[in-house]
Design a binder for this molecule. Structure first.
Ligand SMILES: [Zn+2]
Length: 130
């Protein structure tokens, strides 16, 4: 019996010949739900485009989940290396920045191609359009 590091529920990690040396620290449900995948949206702004990238659809990850899942951001960091010359500005949108978005949106008008990334999707569009 193992305790899932995300949902804290007990689960049985069945050992078979195929997974003899694989030790899961997440239950099957969490492994399915929080399987990281690079997702993106393109958001048109006045004179340019925001390329918004995130790993999880769930908008409401609590701090415990964010701490556990944040190492997966390395997937986006690797992507950043490939696209670093294509964008004018890169922004990691954490919770602090997300709630202060109105304070820095005026600076975004100076850039055309902006790459914004987060761990989980946030309602960026509505923050910008209001
Ligand atoms: Zn779980």
């Amino acid at each position: 019996m193992v305790i899932c590091k995300l949902c804290q529920k007990h689960f049985i990690d069945e050992t078979t010949f195929l997974n003899l040396f694989v030790f899961h620290d997440l239950c099957e449900q969490c492994r399915k739900t929080y399987k990281p995948k690079i997702l993106f949206e393109k958001i048109p702004i006045d004179f340019g485009l925001i390329h918004y990238t995130y790993l999880f659809e769930d908008c409401s990850l609590n701090t415990h989940y964010e701490d556990y899942l944040s190492p997966y951001l390395s997937m986006i960091y690797e992507r950043l290396l490939d696209v670093q010359g294509q964008y004018d500005l890169f922004i990691y949108l954490d919770d602090d920045m997300f709630y202060k978005v109105n304070e820095f949106t005026c600076f975004l008008n100076d850039y055309q191609d902006i790459f914004i990334f987060t761990l989980a999707r946030k309602e960026v569009i509505y923050q910008w359009l209001l």
